[in-house]
Design a protein around this ligand. Structure first.
Ligand code: SER
Length: 868
């Protein structure tokens, strides 16, 4: 069964059981501080389990892109070395939100596996939660009994909390689970040892394929468990593993999900897959990682130096490094795999097809720059080997290679071994631990449990009102880097929470004389959180929530301007322009988009012209808060990949023939409010991604006034001449001509002075002593000194001068004198004491500067005395 059909059959099956089929949420998470990436299908439903959002469909099924590379679920190190773990994988899932529970979950899983997919029931094992006394949790006998209908008891196994109690992270919804495993070994192997002994024992052919979680608890910050008001089902089946089972393969990589990628890697590296285990591992690592990295980039997460971007960069570097070390790939090649991925997965996940070019460019640039760093690191390593003879690589040095040059420790070990060296691992691990501790400290946030005053879901009224009466539903304390803040949830709020690039509202909570400032408003999943430094005194009474209107209006202008610019960019540059990032606050707007070359001045001017025309048309905002997504798409609304939209969406239109976007932000009521747009910068932020920064209304006006004032000041210097550009450029030309004249003049002057000086000498002990004070610049003095020096072979010259209120001296000696052992540099250090200064130079010419002008004569006297 082809993988495409396997996926379809799963969704069809649950559709027939009255499940709503939804699309995958983005793999990169934006509104969840506890997670960077989607690590399970249930992430996007977390709020439904906790009761924070209204349940629209009590039954849902989907295939979800997941990434397990950080936090509680991290499979990165296994990937490639075994044949059934992945960084990115698809999770097929079905959910019940307070609807069906264990019975249906188990019955349907059995029906799908044995009747639809026709898996031999004799190879199936099930596990159930065996209880945990420390948590006061009893064994899940209900699940055990349900499985007994289908399986003999010896194939139903109890499991520990580690295997059979599923938790997403340190906090959040969780519960006991029942896993389905399959034994794919040959009959001969099965006779030797029973599959029962191998379940959950990391055997590559006795593997878990499906996890049925019975969500009924919430894990709190103090690690205690609290019963949820309703019971839910969360199931997750590993799509790639299911394909392995149904395609009768022994490895996920042998299925049609991975084979095309592996074949491409083999052809690019002139090798074959399946010949040499080390090379096979490298090929598997690359095939796996290119999927993770490509989908992350398509979801809007570029590789970078911090947070989620850094995780993506490290995954990509791991792949590059495996290619470099084991496949001898010394130039960029992973970018060439994106094409295969787009052909293979593009129909289920269109984002990879439409952003193929961008993904390729970003990966290529990362590859090139990392290969370059690897080269530098290797040069550094080789230098180290040359100068250190004790055959030991210092742990600190290994850490520097790791930290600065991105060398994983096994690469350093490999290089060391080749040269007969060993790595001091104890020291290395110490440095690594110290670094981890530093970053733990820097990012540690302590979050208390919510203190709930009453139960309610927040109603957002901020599209229409900037002020309302509200009550605090719950609050908690948060401590980060020794700063203590409060987070408050209100029953009704006019405050817009930071999202979609628009900054959160600021404002106040007011009760009589008590006025508490709201510093920011953020979103955590669907929760709107107001951040304050203190709790209102009467925190359980009715308060007035008031948004800072001025800041909000300026922000709205910038947000609406962003839409107008987005549309203009598509018009001027082409439809390949895709939003890649946006930031809108009360000061400015920043817009990142895919485009492959620098914008010319005339393109920028055209964009501004279009946008400012639309502003002058004073187009009224059309806002549709509840449009079915299909209808919005028909209208041609611009949606973003990497954003999660519900089935009905908010649509913002400024002229239906100009700009229609899906958007949750707040906007100017008509484009005229924006006043004007001024683009103040255009730059590149990554391969294929440009950034525009712009300002609007008052800020743009102030900026332009400031520029005009500067221009007027210049005009005045030219007696208000209007053609000031010509004035300035004439001035520059004239200045260049004059400079040349001055230079020639100085040269003439130097010649004359030199001839005069040549006659003004005094012979002292065989030295031709010439001393003078001159009114000339440093280069003229040097010129004179060098001419005299080449004219005489017995010269001792000292010249004093003044410039900008400072004393300068220069000493020049003929080469013959230098040969006798005198040194101008040493002499000037002694002489410069007289002018309160210092200096140096070469044995035949040295200069010094100092603060005491009156001391110049003394230097001359001192030099004379020295010669005598
Ligand atoms: N949440 C469970 C898992 O990820 C089942 O979906 O394994």
């Amino acid at each position: 069964m082809e993988s495409k059909i396997i996926r379809e059959k799963f969704l069809e099956f649950f559709k027939s059981k009255e499940h709503e089929i939804v699309s995958s949420a983005p793999m990169v998470l934006k509104n969840d501080p506890t997670l960077m990436f989607t690590n399970a299908g249930m992430n996007q439903f977390k709020d439904l389990f906790l009761g924070n959002s209204t349940i629209k469909f009590p039954r849902i099924a989907d295939t979800q892109k997941c990434l397990r590379v950080s936090g509680k679920h991290n499979d990165l190190e296994e990937v490639g070395h075994d044949t059934y773990h992945h960084t990115m994988f698809e999770m097929l899932g079905n959910w019940s939100f307070g609807n069906y529970f264990k019975k249906e979950a188990i019955d349907w899983a059995w029906e799908l596996l044995t009747e639809v997919y026709k898996i031999d029931e004799n190879i199936i094992y099930a596990t159930y939660f065996g209880g945990d006394p420390a948590e006061c949790l009893a064994p899940d006998i209900e699940a055990f009994d349900l499985w007994k209908q289908y399986l003999p008891e010896e194939r139903i196994l109890p499991g520990s909390k580690k295997d059979n109690f599923w938790e997403m992270g340190d906090q959040g919804p969780c519960g006991p689970c029942s896993e389905i495993h399959v034994d794919l070994r040959d009959e001969a192997d099965k006779k030797l040892i029973s599959g029962r002994e191998l379940v959950n024992e990391s055997h590559h052919l006795v593997i878990e394929i499906w996890n049925l979680v019975f969500i009924q608890f919430n894990r709190k910050a103090d690690s205690s468990l609290e019963q949820l008001p309703n019971k839910h089902v969360d199931t997750g089946m590993g799509f790639e593993r299911l394909c392995m089972v149904l395609q009768h393969k022994k490895s996920n990589y042998d299925t049609d999900v991975f084979q095309p990628l592996l074949m491409k890697i083999a052809s690019l590296s002139n090798l074959s897959y399946g010949k040499d285990e080390k090379k096979d591992i490298a090929m598997r690592v690359i095939a796996d990682h290119v999927r993770a990295v490509s989908f992350a980039i398509a979801d809007g997460q570029l590789p970078s130096n911090t947070g989620a971007g850094y995780v993506i960069r490290r995954i990509l570097r791991r792949a590059i490094r495996y290619g470099f070390s084991f496949l001898d790939m010394k130039s960029a090649f992973i970018c060439n795999l994106v094409q295969v991925l787009s052909e293979q997965m593009g129909s289920q996940f269109p984002e990879i097809r439409s952003q193929k070019q961008l993904v390729e460019r970003v990966i290529r640039e990362e590859e090139e720059s990392f290969l370059n760093t690897l080269d530098k690191g290797i040069a550094k390593f080789e230098n180290y080997i040359k100068v250190n003879t004790n055959k030991l690589i210092d742990g600190q040095f290994a850490f520097e290679l790791y930290d600065t040059y991105g060398f994983p420790i096994d690469l350093t070990e490999l290089l060391a071994k080749e040269k007969g060296f060993e790595v001091d691992m104890t020291e290395f691990l110490k440095s690594l631990e110290a670094q981890k501790e530093r970053s733990r400290k820097a990012t540690k946030v302590e979050t208390d449990d919510w203190q709930e005053l009453f139960t309610a879901q927040t109603e957002f009224v901020g599209y229409d009102n900037l002020m309302c009466e509200a009550k605090i539903v719950k609050y908690r304390k948060v401590k980060s880097q020794n700063k203590e803040l409060f987070q408050l949830v209100l029953d009704i709020t006019p405050f817009y929470a930071e999202s979609g690039g628009q900054a959160g509202d600021k404002g106040w909570l007011i009760n009589g004389d008590d006025k508490v400032a709201i510093l920011n408003t953020i979103k955590e999943n669907n929760l709107t959180i107001h951040i304050t430094e203190a709790l209102p005194i009467a925190f359980d009474s009715v308060l007035t929530a008031k948004v800072d209107e001025n800041k909000r209006r300026l922000t709205e202008n910038n947000h609406s301007a962003t839409h107008l610019i987005h549309a203009a960019l598509k018009k001027v540059l082409g439809t390949h322009v895709e939003q890649k990032g946006s930031l809108v606050n009360d000061e400015r707007l920043r817009f990142d988009f895919s485009h492959f070359s620098k914008l010319s001045d005339s393109e920028i001017a055209e964009i501004e012209m279009i946008v400012n025309t639309k502003i002058r048309e004073n187009i009224k905002l059309e806002e549709n808060r509840n449009m079915p997504i299909a209808e919005a798409q028909k209208l041609g609304a611009m949606a973003l990949f990497g954003e999660k939209y519900g089935d009905s969406v908010r649509v913002i239109t400024f002229d239906k023939n100009y700009s229609i976007e899906l958007c949750g932000g707040t906007h100017a009521s008509a484009t005229g409010n924006i006043g004007m747009v001024k683009i103040i910068s255009e730059s590149a932020i990554a391969a294929g991604i440009r950034r525009i920064e712009a300002i609007t209304s008052d800020t743009a006006e102030a900026f332009i006034n400031c520029e005009i004032e500067a221009l007027n000041n210049i005009r005045q210097l030219f007696k208000n001449n209007q053609n000031v550009f010509k004035n300035v450029s004439d001035l520059i030309d004239e200045n260049a001509k004059l400079n040349k004249l001055v230079e020639e003049f100085n040269k003439e002057k130097a010649k004359i002075i030199k001839s005069e000086l040549a006659n003004k000498f005094e012979m002292i002990n065989g030295f031709r002593f010439i001393a003078t004070k001159l009114d000339a610049d440093a280069s003229t003095i040097k010129d004179i000194a060098f001419q005299l020096k080449s004219q005489f072979n017995d010269l001792f010259l000292i010249i004093g001068s003044e410039s900008n209120g400072k004393a300068n001296i220069a000493v020049a000696l003929s080469d013959d004198i230098v040969k006798k052992g005198l040194n101008a540099s040493a002499i000037i250090r002694e002489l410069s004491k007289e002018i309160n200064g210092g200096g140096g130079g070469q044995p035949f010419f040295a200069t010094a500067g100092g603060t005491n002008i009156a001391g110049i004569d003394n230097t001359i006297e001192k030099a004379k005395a020295f010669l005598k």
